[in-house]
Design a protein around this ligand. Structure first.
Ligand code: ZN
Ligand code: ZN
Length: 209
């Protein structure tokens, strides 16, 4: 079974997802927002083995927990990021832009690209490039489970900001139309902030689309 644990962490209330194949106990962390020790504890309590960190994008509120997780595990999990967000990662996810201080995170060592297939136990996730909020933003889509982790591209009845460096409104709308709204209505959308939604609900109710 694919099990997802949602931990809402940090001052921007970011959803960090601990996802596991309960048969193999292999797990990934999608967007460790902050408080990496809390994510680690949650995994260890369940005997889940974190093998990778998958980043939807490199904003500071999605990467703050990386150091604690990587330093707390042996072997160290991979850190997966799209190359077009590397510049953002290198500046601590734009923390300074918000007047925040943040220590540099360990470097990503696994490059994500469009249409790549990532394996988590028996489950496959397709990487979908969806720029607009940031240039290197990606979505993680599990077709078998009709489930998508969509970071800050789309939220319940809302969409991601496009006023930050590297953002572009028209690009974001196009990403949603081509990478999300092409999926079945039942597809669950697990966003970087706020409650879960679905493709069908957003198709009808999202005021930006
Ligand atoms: Zn963001
Ligand atoms: Zn965010």
């Amino acid at each position: 079974m694919l099990e997802t644990l949602t931990l809402t962490l940090g001052m921007t209330m970011t959803n960090s997802y601990l996802v596991t194949d309960t048969n193999t106990q292999e797990a990934v962390v999608i967007d460790p927002a902050a408080d990496g020790h809390i994510i680690l504890q949650a995994a260890q309590k369940r005997d889940w083995d974190i093998k990778a960190i998958w980043l939807t994008h490199a904003h500071f509120d999605h990467i703050g927990g990386i150091s604690a997780i990587v330093n707390g595990l042996n072997p160290r999990p991979h850190i997966a990021l799209h190359k077009e967000d590397q510049w953002l990662y290198n500046t601590q996810g734009g923390a300074q832009f918000f007047g925040l201080q943040m220590d540099p995170c360990p470097a990503p060592n696994f490059e994500l690209h469009s249409k790549q297939i990532l394996q988590l136990g028996a489950y496959s996730f397709e990487v979908r490039h969806a720029p607009g909020h940031t240039p290197g933003h990606v979505l993680f889509y599990c077709a078998d489970e009709e489930l998508m982790f969509c970071g800050d591209v789309i939220f319940y009845a809302s969409i991601g900001r496009t006023d930050l460096p590297g953002g572009d409104f028209n690009t974001l709308i196009e990403s949603i139309q081509t990478q999300i709204f092409t999926l079945a209505d039942d597809t669950r959308l697990l966003s970087g902030h706020g409650p879960e939604t679905s493709v069908g609900f957003e198709r009808i109710n999202n005021p930006f689309l």
